[in-house]
Design a protein. Structure first.
Length: 284
């Protein structure tokens, strides 16, 4: 049975892989790109099975317009994949105010707005799936990527809470947690702050190699895309889909470390609870 997918950012990386695989198997894809002409080959090959919208995800009003247009022209859309985004690396004070705002607007607010724009349509049609392409960077944090983590951690909290909000309407949500994949991320989708000499030789400076050095990454984007596609058929939907050995190792290490810091505080945490015998009855 064919499905219709809405995917932001289909010009490169995982978004492009998703579009190619879905179209090749006979599904319909509504894709968005910032740069017109970047996916002309898909339009030429697949014709009206590939609907295309021009969208800068930081233009929040335009997000609603494009999502509404896709549902209006295609009817039911089964899966909404929120994929558009990029990485901003560098210590927090190495990045400009403009870089900070653009990063958060793209990776967090743009993702939130895409989901919000799709929800009325998904509710009206009786259900569907939202798939948010996040990252292991939404579960584990490292120096030199604080602003990138801010967006990813934010979208993790939003989507996890959203899943509970929309479950009564038959809408399911999945967060995809890929590790490093062999895409163009380190080229066209990665930006750096202006290096400050104060950070030379510190942990935050380690990220500078990603832009100028061919760092070997384990993930195969075609395999990542195939797993994402398969997940859309899983019932119930997985809340998180961890993809890549590096993602699994990074996420589990971060979660264990967090618990190791929190669990010893159990007794101390309870010390701030109110004494039961001093509680005032609001009815008296």
């Amino acid at each position: 049975m064919t499905k219709t997918w809405f995917i932001t950012g289909v010009n490169s990386g995982i978004g492009r892989e998703l579009a190619e695989q879905l179209l090749a198997r006979g599904d319909r894809v509504a894709g968005t790109v910032r740069r017109q002409g970047s996916v002309d080959d898909l339009r030429d090959t697949y014709g009206d099975r590939f609907w295309l919208g021009h969208l800068d995800i930081t233009d929040l009003a335009r997000v609603r317009e494009v999502v509404d247009a896709a549902f209006g022209e295609l009817g039911r859309i089964d899966v909404v994949v929120i994929n558009a985004g990029y990485g901003l690396f560098g210590a927090a004070e190495e990045c400009t105010d403009e870089q900070m705002v653009h990063q958060i607007t793209t990776n967090l607010i743009g993702s939130i707005q895409t989901a919000r724009a799709a929800l009325p349509h998904l509710r009206a049609q009786g259900g569907g799936r939202i798939i948010q392409i996040s990252s292991v960077a939404g579960l584990a944090a490292h120096p030199g990527a604080s602003l990138y983590h801010a967006g990813k951690w934010g979208v993790e909290g939003f989507m996890e809470a959203l899943a509970g909000e929309v479950a009564p309407f038959g809408i399911e949500v999945t967060l995809v947690e890929p590790g490093g994949a062999r895409t163009s991320f380190a080229g066209s989708s990665l930006r750096l702050g202006r290096p400050l000499a104060a950070y030379d030789g510190t942990p935050a400076a380690a990220v500078r190699v990603f832009k100028d050095t061919a760092v070997p990454l384990p993930g195969d984007p075609a395999k990542v895309a195939a797993k994402v596609i398969d997940s859309a058929a899983q019932r119930p939907a997985p809340m998180r889909l961890v993809l890549g050995s590096d993602s699994y190792q990074g996420a589990t290490a971060a979660l264990r470390n967090r618990l190791a810091h929190i669990e010893p505080q159990r007794a101390g945490a309870a010390e701030t609870d109110a004494d039961t015998d001093t509680t005032t009855d609001a009815t008296t």
